[in-house]
Design a protein around this ligand. Sequence first.
Ligand SMILES: [Zn+2]
Length: 478
Amino acid sequence: MSTEKLPARSENFSEWYNQVVLRAELADYAPVRGCMVIRPYGWALWENIQQALDRRFKETGHVNAAFPLFIPMSFLEKEKEHVEGFSPELAVVTVGGGETLEEPLVVRPTSETIIGYMYSKWIRSYRDLPVLINQWGNVVRWEMRTRLFLRTLEFYWQEGHTAHATEEEALEETLRMLNVYTDFAYNEAAVPVIPGRKSETEKFAGAVQSYTIEAMMGDTRALQAGTSHFLGQNFARAFDIQYLDRNNQLQYCWTTSWGLSTRFIGAIIMTHGDDQGLILPPRLAPIQIVIVPIYRSDSEQSQVMAVATQLHKQLSTRFRVKVDDRSEVTPGFKFNDWELRGVPLRIEIGPKDVEKGVLTVARRDIPGKAGKSVLHPDNLEAQFSQLLDDIHHSMLKRATQFRDEHIFDPKDYEELREVVQHGWAFSWWCGSADCEAKVKEDTKATTRCIPLEQPGGEGRCIVCGQRATQKVYFARAY
Ligand SMILES: [Zn+2]
């Protein structure tokens, strides 16, 4: 950990981001270009994300399993759009155990193909449906331009894969999981995402329809933070996933897939952080409360440490708490360090606090004196619980306000070109790929999503002026 100041977030957002990831010890660069090491603090954050999602997956009837890392090359070639979409990014193993392999193996970029193959063996009748399986794992995509957490050759994620008897059920599942992601983003991460449908151009390779949650980062760029795909019968036909219906007729299944990755950590950093570093949402923060003892003499030390230790014991039953008992650094250094790491609450305990029997508490989301309060020791758990809740809600409110202040409704194409330099445009769009391509060419902004919530009525496409029945977000994206 270095004491140097971080680059200002408002001046160099990109460098600020890199430095926060490295100095808060979330991740580090690996020796292979484009790969990263997720350090214990970053992994602890990921574990909390996993738990929050896994609980929701299980509540909606899903179970976990593990499928292999290697996929026969021929599997990917079975779904035409899928292989076209993924082939530029594939890592392929051609040698194993010193021998050239008969068939090259792909390191999974995603698992629709291998899971589809297994489902074709497991599913026989309508009684076997639906199949609702999720897997937690890692995948490899040979990306050219990489950024810690946002885009790396290897990343961790979950991928859900489900098979259903009817189109209606599969569509329902696709939207159910989009809602699970939306609920997670708002209620765990305090990230006000916008759920919607991807355009044909932006959808997943092999999907009929892709849905996404889109988040606005602190520099107003968009980040696709989770996706849910309705695959129709594309993979069922490619892999022969069939079942006998009630009338003993052979039918193809309808399938879905949905995923959220370690990229979401990037969304948390870039939604909430400030010039001091991370601000972690309390419900996901690896450490929710840090206790910093303050003393000058040995006698003060024993007095203060006794209180700190007792407090740690008491609060640990309900919260994730740490006592920073390092003696080689000053309290001021510790304050900066925990601010950088985004811990939501800091308790300062000095001899005066011990004498008065009170605690001084500082909120990470409100810097300086304004975020400090003095707590009396009765019913501490309830007070801390309330404080952490308040922090969650105020982080969500602040992020929502920022998002809404940077969404514009440009009156014409000229204005659209201008607003996407510093925000998102929410505009009528005729749905044509040509209009989308023109915006991208002129501004680098892409369609992010056609939100589920539409204003209704109709308008004129912001690009070509033709009749349009839907509004879309245009933004530059990560
Ligand atoms: Zn148009």
